[in-house]
Design a binder for this molecule. Structure first.
Ligand code: 5GP
Length: 182
């Protein structure tokens, strides 16, 4: 294994996706593509955003040890395909953008993995933003707020926490952490 596994997590709305895109632009990193049982959203591409699979296929992959980690998130399954990532690791560092339960599984199987949690500058504001997002029922919003609190409560298990106050600084800090860890 040539590269390092880099796990990036953080509550919904914290800007993980944007940070990961910027890291990929810097170069030297590749991104894992997860399998999921959730339906594609508008604009999502098979094999790029996710590998969209049926529940049966996902179960088979679990049975065959096909996942490096997997988790159920809001009723859908998400998992990191083992072979796909192991191949990418032969050529360099691989970023997994996954939720906390999966991240902790990765740390157990790969103690050398680097776990980075992205936090909002102000947790209250993030909750308020989730509340304002309209369209969803109060139950759904409460569920998301609880999830945010849960994710933040697990940050002590991560190797580093980075506050996304300013995007460029957060990206620079994460790139620095990764380079320093080698
Ligand atoms: P979304 O449905 O919004 O794309 O993703 C929902 C959550 O699932 C996000 O927190 C994302 O980081 C997480 N996720 C995406 N892929 C994986 C995966 O392979 N494993 C785990 N454990 N979580 C994932």
């Amino acid at each position: 294994m040539k590269g390092k596994l880099i796990v990036i997590s953080g509550p919904s709305g914290v800007g993980k996706g944007t940070i990961v895109k910027k890291l990929l632009k810097i170069g030297g990193y590749s991104l894992s593509v997860s399998c999921t049982t959730r339906a594609p959203r508008d604009g999502e591409k098979e094999g790029v955003s996710y590998f969209f699979v049926s529940s049966d296929k996902f179960s088979d992959m679990i049975k065959n040890g096909g996942f490096l980690e997997y988790s159920n998130h809001f009723g859908n399954y998400y998992g990191t395909p083992r072979e796909f990532v192991e191949k990418k690791l032969e050529t360099g560092d691989v970023i997994l953008e996954i939720e906390v339960n999966g991240a902790l599984q990765v740390k157990q199987s790969y103690p050398d993995a680097l776990l980075i949690m992205i936090l909002p500058p102000n947790a209250e504001e993030l909750r308020a933003r989730l509340k304002k997002r309209g369209s969803e029922s109060d139950d759904k919003i409460d569920e998301r707020i609880k999830r945010t609190e849960y994710e933040i409560s697990k940050s002590s298990y991560y190797d580093y926490t980075v506050v996304n106050d300013d995007l460029a600084s957060a990206v620079k800090e994460i790139d620095g952490i990764i380079k320093q860890s080698k």
